[in-house]
Design a protein around this ligand. Structure first.
Ligand SMILES: Cc1cc2nc3c(=O)[nH]c(=O)nc-3n(C[C@H](O)[C@H](O)[C@H](O)COP(=O)(O)OP(=O)(O)OC[C@H]3O[C@@H](n4cnc5c(N)ncnc54)[C@H](O)[C@@H]3O)c2cc1C
Length: 471
């Protein structure tokens, strides 16, 4: 019997049939990545219901030297949760660990198991008049363990930071099967390296996160969602700087080029342009307050009127209702879907220093379009974080396999531009397997050496998500 089969039998005996799925029909949807680009295989999906069960599985995996691929909602963008195609690894699904162990107003803290879906945590926090202030398009499926393991960002990073800033502590099973308990919310703790921070963004390569203590903030009392037209990305950044100088209530600031808006209007039913006329660049601004006595809409009206007077913006509208606010967000959240409907698209989740982003965006788009005739380059997203989704679309006459023919060359070109600008080829999605080769090509020797040394020290057998993140 192979090590894998021995592990499957031992896990079934120890944890019962619910924790061991071997029917290929029940595994099939979990071995392909969210974008449908990478297809893996796994002879079994192990699904612990507790930290102790997760520790028992990892101990067995170490004993039999069988690789595990941790998985939450499988919504990651870089195929980090997709097992290799040769069936050499087992999936470790964390979705059964879905209890919110504690949530309390006193400490403004929630302790959620790794498999809790983000939207469920949002609801639980709202029920206690609190809020977990990280949100993103996959909130209905992605899990707390996956969010922590990818150090996810989303649309409110501007004010609240990425997962790194929102995690107060982590509980995890390390690659030797031991349980690390860092769930205590210590404001000060200088006992050397932060194991919590090592595990955040580790993409399952250093252990399995089983629970996370998360920082909560007061619930939103009201919000103002505005849409403004600006002349350029530099104008958009001017607007952000103007707003930041005058209010602390801006949480979201998303850049939307006219080209992306057009695609959404063409392909997503029920969408309408928020502003009359053409504006080459547009921004969605969300401001919110937890103070019921503060009129955030009046403040936003006043600030946008001043921005108009100062010619920072060309036009603006504030959503008149929650439904209209949601309609504005729907436009922003539908851009990727609209691009897919239009044709083949190459996605690059990149960052450069915030102040450098407007110029980078304009120049990089022009250089890509010059070097690869007929493609359309365009960037949208979290301008205030210096993080743009820089997407390159095939022209209308592209070959059906344009993605395979030209994709690698275009991506290398974009990644070289990003690196030359002092940026990162992965702002918020991670490295997974899709960016592994580019990461190895472009990362500094010091970064690669440190990464490999940490991996070797904590996972000498190489059983935790091999082939991901660490080249
Ligand atoms: C529509 C859509 C919009 C998105 N928008 C954003 C966005 O705005 N910002 C952003 O940052 N990301 C965004 N993402 C991607 C984002 O990374 C994921 O949605 C989320 O962080 C992954 O959670 P998951 O539970 O699905 O993890 P999975 O995809 O299952 O796993 C992701 C990685 O984490 C590892 N992992 C999962 N669970 C654990 C665990 N318990 N312990 C150890 N390792 C684990 C996996 O091995 C894998 O490497 C978006 C995705 C989609 C589909």
């Amino acid at each position: 019997m192979s090590g894998r089969q021995q592990l499957i039998s031992a896990a079934r005996e120890l944890l019962g049939p619910n924790a061991v799925v071997t029917d290929p029909a029940n595994i099939a949807t979990w071995v392909t990545d969210w974008r449908g680009r990478v297809h893996g295989a796994a002879p079994a999906m192990l699904a612990p219901a507790s930290t102790e069960e997760a520790a028992a599985i990892v101990t067995l995996a170490a004993e039999h030297c069988v690789p595990l691929v941790p998985q939450g909602g499988n919504t990651g963008m870089v195929a980090g949760a997709t097992p290799p195609g040769d069936g050499s690894a087992l999936l470790l699904s964390m979705r059964r660990m879905n209890r919110i162990r504690a949530i309390g107003a006193g400490e403004r803290l929630a302790v959620a198991e790794a498999g809790v879906v983000l939207a469920t945590l949002h609801e639980a926090a709202a029920a206690t008049d609190l809020r977990f202030p990280l949100t993103l398009g996959s909130r209905g499926s992605c899990t707390i363990g996956g969010l922590a393991s990818t150090n996810a960002g989303g649309t409110q990073v501007l004010k609240f930071g990425t997962m790194r800033a929102l995690v107060a502590g982590i509980e995890a099973v390390l690659p030797d099967g031991s349980i690390y308990d860092g769930l205590t919310d210590l404001k000060k703790d200088n006992r050397g390296y932060s194991i919590d921070q090592l595990l955040i963004g580790a993409e399952g390569t250093l252990g399995v996160i089983t629970a996370v203590a998360l920082r909560l903030v007061p619930a939103i009392a009201s919000r103002a969602v505005a849409w403004a037209g600006v002349a350029s990305p530099a104008g958009a950044l001017d607007l952000l700087r103007f707003l930041e100088a005058n209010t602390g209530s801006v949480e979201g600031f998303e850049l939307v080029p006219q080209d992306s808006l057009r695609l959404v209007l063409d392909h997503i039913p029920g969408t309408r342009p928020p502003l009359a006329g053409d504006h080459r660049w547009q921004v969605l601004v969300e401001a919110a307050t937890s103070d019921p006595g503060f009129d955030v809409t009046a403040e936003m009206q006043r600030l946008l009127a001043t921005a108009l007077e100062k010619r920072i913006i060309d036009d603006a509208v504030i959503a008149a209702s929650e439904a209209q606010a949601e309609a504005f967000w729907k436009i922003r959240d539908s851009i990727s879907e609209a691009e897919r409907a239009e044709g083949q698209t190459l996605a690059h989740d990149i960052s450069v220093p915030v102040a450098a982003m407007p110029r980078f965006l304009v120049e990089a788009s022009a250089e890509v379009e010059r070097s690869f005739p007929r493609v359309v380059a365009s960037g949208f997203g979290h301008l205030g974080d210096g993080n743009i989704h820089f997407h390159v679309r095939a022209g209308s006459h592209a070959a059906p396999d344009w993605y395979n023919q030209e994709g690698e060359a275009i991506t290398r070109f974009v990644d070289d531009l990003v690196t030359a600008a002092g940026g990162s080829i992965s702002a918020e999605h991670g490295i997974g397997q899709l960016k592994l080769r580019e990461f190895e090509r472009l990362a500094s020797p010091a970064r690669l050496h440190a990464l490999r040394a940490i991996k070797q020290a904590l996972d000498p057998l190489g059983i935790m998500n091999p082939g991901k993140l660490v080249p």
